[in-house]
Design a protein around this ligand. Structure first.
Ligand code: MF3
Ligand code: CO
Ligand code: CO
Length: 309
């Protein structure tokens, strides 16, 4: 996701999280050991940034309306991203490291002729983002074994046949306490309800208003620093999809593809970036959860592309 350029934070918000909350016992502070960067076989089609770390393809200025051919390719890459995420879901258990998850994602991409989009995107060193407990997003896979009670977001993006497909889920590791489970459930609810209201003629900004209100009603705050995005032959492009109240202009039209990827927190919505320049943690160590889908706007509504069914 992009780092939001806008902050819709209201002054009264910080009062809301002062209630007693169980933030969990497994706070991530230190960055673990990160294994060396892997190289991708010659025959895999690679995105513009794979060597330089800097994306250089032309990104449309406005939300793109995709044609039949582009939509068909988006379907393929999104289905593959969802397939990889399904594999991760079956793989996750206590004791597996986030690096083990990275290896699985890398291998599954290569086996399916895809490039794992995060790899060297703006110099990100791994094939997938793994964000545990108080890590809000962009966690870098390392040698930390998953512990009983962790919650972990795994964000998979693949580049296949010239197009990116992007999705994420938050998984429960072993026995997670009720506060953790509720947070995860609420986050998925917010994403699903946002997708359900999407259709031609709706404002992009309506998504943020809905998610913020729904999250509040369930007792959570939304992290405003990370936003959804248009996606296609580019990883990130217009429109910006805010997950909080906002004034972003523009309406949805058939043929648009974009992501929605809200992060909800038990505590303060403020985040800071660790010295690795990627890992975003909450300032108060509260746990967060995130879910993401890539959707296609159709004549009737929004179709989830990142699904295997
Ligand atoms: N998949 C993330 C998103 O939802 C982006 C990750 S960028 C990376 O937009 F470089 F960290 F991989
Ligand atoms: Co995304
Ligand atoms: Co993503």
């Amino acid at each position: 996701m992009n780092v939001s350029r806008m902050c819709s934070k209201l002054p009264h918000r910080n009062l809301f999280w002062k209630k007693k909350m169980n933030f969990g016992k497994y706070k991530i502070v230190d960055i673990g050991n990160i294994s060396p960067m892997v190289s991708v076989p010659e025959y895999i089609k690679k995105p513009s940034y794979h060597e330089t770390g800097i994306p250089s393809e032309t990104v449309p200025e406005h939300p793109e309306i995709k044609n039949h051919e582009q939509i068909s390719r988006m379907r393929d890459s999104c289905r593959l991203a969802a397939y990889v995420l399904d594999k991760v879901e079956k793989f996750i258990e206590v004791g597996k490291t986030t690096d083990d998850i990275d290896v699985l994602v890398f291998k599954t991409c290569i086996e399916n002729n895809a490039y794992p989009s995060p790899l060297n995107y703006k110099h990100f060193p791994k094939s997938v983002c793994t964000s545990v407990n108080n890590v809000a997003c962009h966690g870098i896979p390392d040698d930390r074994p998953l512990q009983d009670g962790d919650i972990i977001n795994v964000d998979v993006t693949v580049y296949y046949n010239g197009f990116h497909g992007d999705c994420s889920k938050t998984f429960l590791v072993g026995q997670v306490d009720n506060d953790g489970r509720d947070l995860v459930k609420a986050t998925e609810t917010c994403l699903n309800e946002a997708i359900q209201m999407c259709k031609p003629g709706k404002f992009f900004r309506d998504i943020g208003a809905l998610i913020e209100e729904r999250a509040y009603s369930l007792g959570y705050q939304v992290v405003p620093a990370f936003i959804g995005h248009g996606i296609g032959h580019y990883f990130h492009g217009p429109p910006d999809i805010y997950h909080t109240r906002n004034n972003y202009p523009g309406i949805m039209a058939p043929g648009m593809t974009f992501t929605i990827e809200p992060i909800l927190t038990q505590g303060s919505e403020m985040i800071e970036i660790l010295p690795d320049d990627w890992t975003a943690v909450t300032v108060d160590d509260s746990r967060t959860a995130q879910f993401e889908h890539t959707v296609l706007i159709t004549e009737l509504g929004a179709e989830i592309l990142t699904t295997t069914t």
